[in-house]
Design a protein around this ligand. Structure first.
Ligand code: SAM
Length: 237
């Protein structure tokens, strides 16, 4: 894990006391039902995305007191005033990246680590950055316990991207930006895709940006409501 994109840590710092048992064999039927009723029926069709949503144990990324709600159709609190996103939105945003398996992806807003875990099943290399150090460390621990070794968790301001690993074939922003951060556009690879909610604090539109050389295009997909993207090229705290 890297902190402020500067120092490397081989292990999360909060060792021992809060360690929990990962049991990814639980809730298999609930996950299948989630995929059928919340995701397939709303139109997500990419078989690789559906398979990842079936496989990754969302309950492992949810605080123990909310675990019984892990496969319900909505976001849940994860601490520090933040949320793990609704499963359908995770699936939709992932599908919009059109990953084939060879890509390097940046996620801005690691939160619980769940979205990064989904991406890890679909891309070659995943970097995820989170501004709350406690969330980042917790996410890193779960991802590591699940053996997802192609995910790298960083602590810092993701509105500036993560230049040391750029360019990225895909960028997925899971917090609401007032406008698209220029740093992220610059770090998008030629031919790359970025999925980002853009708009006011009360509601946004999910946008897909594509880059061809120096030409950037975007399309609007869906009204959404995300927590704010806070940072130098986002909202002020
Ligand atoms: N993707 C997460 C998951 O799977 O649990 C959910 C993300 S939550 C909706 C948005 C996250 O973005 C929060 O954890 C928040 O702290 C983080 N965030 C907001 N501004 C950020 C920034 N500038 N850099 C990095 N993370 C940021």
């Amino acid at each position: 894990m890297s902190e402020n994109a500067a120092s490397e840590h081989s292990a999360p710092q909060d060792s021992g006391a809060h360690r929990f048992t990962i049991d990814d064999t639980l809730f298999v039927a609930e996950r299948e039902q989630m995929v059928e009723e919340q995701i397939l029926q709303r139109g997500v069709r990419d078989p690789r995305v559906l398979e990842a949503m079936r496989e990754v144990p969302r309950h492992c990324f949810v605080p123990p007191e909310y675990r019984y709600l892990a496969y319900t159709d909505g976001p849940l609190p994860i601490g520090s005033g933040q949320t793990i996103s609704q499963p359908y939105i995770v699936a939709l945003m992932t599908e919009l990246l059109r990953l084939k398996g060879h890509e390097k992806v940046l996620e801005v807003g690691a939160g619980s680590g769940y979205q990064a875990a989904i991406l890890s099943r679909l891309a070659r290399e995943v970097h995820t950055i989170e501004r709350h150090a406690n969330l980042a460390r917790h996410a890193a621990r779960i991802l590591s316990d699940l053996g997802l070794e192609n995910v790298h968790v960083h602590i810092g301001d993701g509105t500036l991207g993560l230049p040391e690993h750029a360019p990225y074939d895909g960028i997925l922003v899971t917090a609401a930006a007032p406008q698209v951060p220029g740093a992220l556009l610059q770090q998008l690879a030629d031919g790359g895709r970025m999925v980002i909610p853009v708009g006011g604090r009360g509601g946004q539109v999910l946008e897909v940006w594509t880059r061809e050389g120096e030409r950037y295009d975007y399309e609007s997909v869906l009204p959404v409501a995300f927590v704010p993207l806070v940072g130098e090229q986002g909202w002020k705290d």
